[in-house]
Design a protein around this ligand. Structure first.
Ligand SMILES: C[S@@+](CC[C@H](N)C(=O)[O-])C[C@H]1O[C@@H](n2cnc3c(N)ncnc32)[C@H](O)[C@@H]1O
Length: 356
């Protein structure tokens, strides 16, 4: 039997995604490709509802393909065919409806058509009311209908697919909500961290202590402060005065103006909840500071949210080995990794230590 699967990614990362899947899923054959979306076919799958999907670091959303749609009627037909297929197989057919746009070639330049996306979702929710959950965010095990619009400026047909939600992926449409960079923040790392928090589901609470390696000038710190965290920023470079002078009702900032490898145990509070890393160095170099911090506070750290720079093709080839090393440093058996919409040459990695 033949089945079709799909994956979305950053348009500039298409070659990386194809290379990754060639390595991990040699059964897949490319069927269709547009910037930010590929569909692939696989033969000899065991059962219609049991197709391994193309899970990959460079894919953000992935699943089974239902086909293309040039009208809302056609999307509804696809969704109802899925309901029929699932019902016949005795599986749950109640679905989350995820409508999202593919990433544009330049996310910094192209604003998202949020209104068009919201209008299409509203129409689908009306027409699929008998089969859809009202809320968008997926829970593990949920059936999710993926309705993938072309990015603004492209007129390709809409793609329709589905997947079962699990802990590997983000719960929002497309895996993560894009966060445009606000004007009043010190750096675009603000958006990167906001997206990473949404994608990972890191349960950050007011008063949590976050250590950030590579904190200057302070966009990410600003995101953490606005969420009421107590942030210790480690970076020899200068922090933005808005971060240093934070006067919010909650949250606090302390700067350690040194390299992470030089932090001493007395520089840190006894309890550190989360470790964030965004240092502009090669990943193997970043690991040195990370290992050092884990030696100092590994006993209390509940999770690590890390940005790894893909500064050359060698790093991309080394990613599986780097993730193995990170698993060891974090002391976890599974990690999640993806490329965020705001990412340039980097991937984000989430190590949840609560499940150890
Ligand atoms: C991309 S910037 C970080 C942006 C920052 N997260 C923000 O929110 O604005 C990378 C930073 O990593 C810092 N860095 C590089 N190596 C480091 C190390 N070993 N320890 C601490 N910081 C480091 C650099 O000084 C630089 O400021």
């Amino acid at each position: 039997m033949t089945a079709f699967v799909f994956a979305t990614c950053l348009p500039r990362s298409m070659p990386n995604l194809k290379r990754e899947l060639a390595r991990t899923r040699p059964d897949l054959r490319l069927a269709y490709s547009r910037p930010g979306l590929i569909t692939m076919r696989t033969d000899a799958v065991p059962a219609e509802l049991d197709v391994p999907e193309p899970r990959a670091i460079f894919a953000r959303a992935s699943g089974r393909s239902l086909g293309f749609a040039d009208s809302t009627d056609r999307i509804v037909e696809h969704a109802l065919a899925l309901v029929t297929e699932r019902t016949a197989a005795g599986a749950s057919a109640r679905m989350r409806v995820h409508v999202f746009a593919r990433d544009p070639a330049d996310p910094d330049e192209t604003p998202e058509d949020l209104e068009g996306t919201a209008a299409l979702r509203a129409e689908l929710m009306t027409r699929l009311a008998a089969h859809a959950y009202p809320r968008e965010l997926a829970e593990p095990g949920d059936l999710v209908l993926d309705v993938v619009r072309p990015p603004p400026g492209l007129t390709d047909p809409i793609f329709v697919g589905w997947h079962l939600h699990d802990a590997w992926r983000g719960a929002a449409p497309g895996g993560v909500r894009r966060v445009p960079v606000p004007e009043d923040v010190p750096s675009r790392a603000y958006s990167k961290l906001e997206e990473a928090l949404g994608w990972s589901g890191l349960p950050l609470h007011t008063g949590d202590v976050v250590v950030e390696i590579g904190s200057a000038p302070g966009g990410a710190a600003m995101s953490l402060l606005r969420r009421g965290a107590n942030v210790i920023g480690i970076d020899p470079a200068r922090m933005d005065p808005r971060v240093l002078g934070w006067r919010g009702a909650e949250g606090s900032f302390r700067h350690l103006g040194i390299h992470a490898e030089r932090v001493r145990t007395r520089d840190l509070p006894a309890q550190v909840d989360w470790l964030v890393l965004d240092a502009n160095v090669a990943p193997h170099r970043a690991m040195i500071g990370l290992k050092h911090l884990m030696t100092l506070r590994g006993g209390t750290i509940r999770g690590l949210l890390l940005t790894l720079k893909l500064n050359d093709a060698g790093v991309i080839e080394d990613l599986p080995a780097l993730l193995d090393e990170l698993r060891e440093i974090a002391g976890v058996t599974t990690l999640r990794a993806t490329q965020l919409p705001s990412a340039h040459q980097e991937v984000v990695v989430w190590a949840d230590r609560s499940a150890r």
